[in-house]
Design a protein around this ligand. Structure first.
Ligand code: ARG
Length: 588
């Protein structure tokens, strides 16, 4: 009987067996954690690496064992009987290699096919998390950095949701601050009858921002009025609030356009949301003795940092840090989140380290940062142009995200047309496929790299159908779907009546790889590394290609079993796509 709790997670299921064995092997040593890992050697599918560290614990204590290999032998012989395991062996200094039973692998896959891939979802020890991502700034350009945050954050949120964690997808937009005085004042100046007329459209907000900044920098009188406008806005004067709303609304419409195309869901709770709570949070920090005066500002001194964290500016205003401290307070106390994940460029690492450290000093978070409630900063590197410099357009402006997405779609549409699809498909099919491929390519090119590294944005590369690209993977999936379609078999019927066997080595290798899914998703979301899932997905496709070139599916004696293996591959690939925010295609 499979352990329902850990269905699909081979590593955990094996760890349970090894836990029992370790207790029998060294009864005097309590709580030795089984160290089990998948391995790619010829000797095993998984390996238990406890012998050496166990030996280090027991040697000199009159143990019956003579060295790590003997401990390994004992761990192996004390393993409880299980239908998971085909055979075991001990190698080198006591590594216990496990070869899984092929029929057990096949049974696990078939059970997933019948009961759904959700049965392979990781079980995490948190039930509620905040993922703070995307978070562009009102009136400023939503740039490629925000695109990275949107793509990475969405994937992390998807993985957590799949793991049955309730996720608050938070868009912490920069909608507060002194720049609004300038913008509002400029709005009034440009539209003298602003309050009598229907609010005039702002049009291009970036241009608007630039012009108002120019006014602000060049005219002291305007600057003075802008500063007064901030005060009026912050004290809640109706006209100023209304103007602020209008500016935010204009930006919001633009952001939403990007989110809609990317099919990303977010809930806005911008900086302004936390504003009313800041005074009481500052009060609490003050009571705790954390806040000190320094050159008219209020600061928190933190160990390990050579600058203090400024929480109240010298003009009495609050800032990015006071807002983020308040957001932590709110998320912990009001929203009861147990894990808070922040997705921004690595440039903000220090800001978050300091804010987190202050929250720890306040006793809001445990001193041990691995315990819950927990905070994690998910940093990422830069997007570079082909010249290796920060990604910009020819006119050295920031690249507009909508333009990027348009170009990705147009290019993939052109490629489909070139392959004769315009004659085969309806315009709608052509469009939807072009979007799935184009946007999928942009997302995958970002997610496949370790997020901390910079990457070069290159359309030709990301839209190539060769190599580790979304296009290659989407084509691979479509090909599998077409194999199943062309077989003419009812796959739902086969799931119920057919049976899966993994006799050929390439069938087994593919099956075993699919079975790693649960532990991979768990690793990717506990370590907050989407690239781990991308690598897995790419390897699924590679394993499938090998299987398909060596094992005939349709028309073979093993047709039913192989069709089931094709379906299982497609199901796993689709789940990976959906976690990565990519829409699968079925026809190519
Ligand atoms: N608006 C910020 C920026 O564009 C990112 C906000 C990230 N989230 C946060 N809670 N500080 O850089």
């Amino acid at each position: 009987m499979q352990d329902v709790e850990n269905a699909g997670n081979v590593k955990r299921q094996l760890a349970k067996l090894f836990e029992t064995s370790l207790r029998l092997t060294v009864p005097d040593e309590q709580d030795i954690e089984p160290l089990v890992a998948a391995c790619a050697g010829n000797f095993g599918d998984y390996q238990c690496n406890n012998a050496m560290s166990t030996w280090a614990k027991i040697k000199g204590k009159g143990t019956q064992y003579r060295g790590p290999p003997a401990v390994g032998q004992a761990i192996m012989s004390n393993l409880p009987q299980s239908d998971m395991i085909e055979s075991c062996s001990v190698a080198g200094p006591g590594f216990v290699n496990v070869i899984l039973s092929s029929s057990w692998i096949a049974k696990s896959i078939q059970s997933m096919l019948v009961h759904g891939i959700e049965t392979w979802a990781p079980k995490l020890s948190v039930s509620k998390a905040v993922v703070d991502f995307s978070s562009p700034n009102i009136a400023k350009e939503m740039h490629v950095g925000h695109l990275r945050s949107t793509i990475i954050g969405d994937t992390l949120a998807n993985m957590l949701e799949f793991s049955n964690v309730e996720v608050l997808r938070r868009n912490h937009v920069g909608d507060w601050g002194t720049q609004f005085g300038m913008l509002i004042e400029f709005l009034f100046e440009e539209n003298p009858n602003w309050d009598q007329e229907e609010a005039a459209a702002i049009g291009d907000l970036q241009a608007f921002y630039k012009k108002s900044k120019l006014r602000f920098d060049s005219d002291p009188d305007f600057k003075f009025r802008a500063q007064k406008a901030v005060v009026k806005l912050q004290s809640g004067e109706a006209k100023y609030r209304q103007a602020w709303q209008q500016i935010c609304e204009t930006s919001r419409r633009e952001f939403d356009g990007v989110y809609q195309r990317l099919k990303v869901k977010l809930e806005e709770k911008g900086e302004s949301f936390y504003n009313p709570y800041i005074p009481q949070v500052m009060e609490e920090l003050s009571h705790l003795g954390l806040i000190e005066e320094s050159e008219n500002a209020k600061v928190i001194h933190l160990e390990g940092f050579n600058i203090p964290l400024i929480v109240v500016k010298s003009d009495g205003g609050y800032n990015y840090a006071s807002t983020d401290l308040t957001a932590i307070w709110y998320r912990l106390n009001v929203e009861k989140a147990e894990w808070m994940v922040y997705v921004t460029d690595v440039g903000q690492q220090q800001h978050f380290d300091m804010v987190f450290s202050a929250a720890r000093r306040a006793g809001w978070l445990p001193a041990d940062s691995s315990l819950y409630p927990k905070v994690s900063h998910v940093g990422f590197g830069l997007v570079l142009g082909e010249d290796g410099k920060r990604f910009r357009t020819r006119s050295s402006e920031v690249v507009r995200l909508v333009d990027l997405l348009d170009e990705a779609k147009n290019r993939s549409k052109a490629a489909l047309v070139e392959r004769g699809k315009a004659a085969e498909w309806t315009e709608e099919e052509l469009d939807q496929t072009a979007e799935a491929i184009g946007y999928g390519a942009v997302k995958y090119a970002d997610l496949k790299n370790n997020r901390l590294t910079n990457y070069v944005f290159n359309f030709d590369q990301m839209l190539s159908d060769k190599g580790n690209t979304a296009v290659y993977l989407l084509y691979a999936h479509a090909r599998i779907a077409s194999i199943i379609r062309k077989s003419g078999k009812d796959i739902e019927e086969l799931k119920r009546t057919g049976s899966l066997a993994l006799n050929h080595p390439d069938e087994r290798a593919l099956g075993l790889h699919l079975l790693h899914f649960a532990e991979i998703v768990e690793e990717a979301c506990t370590n907050l590394l989407p690239n781990v899932l991308c690598e897995f997905l790419y390897n699924v496709s590679e394993n499938f290609t090998k299987f398909y070139s060596n094992c005939q599916v349709v028309g073979s004696d093993d047709e039913t079993s192989r069709l089931l293996l094709c379906e299982a591959t497609a199901v796993v690939m689709r789940k990976c796509f959906s976690l990565l925010g990519i829409t699968p295609v079925y026809k190519i």
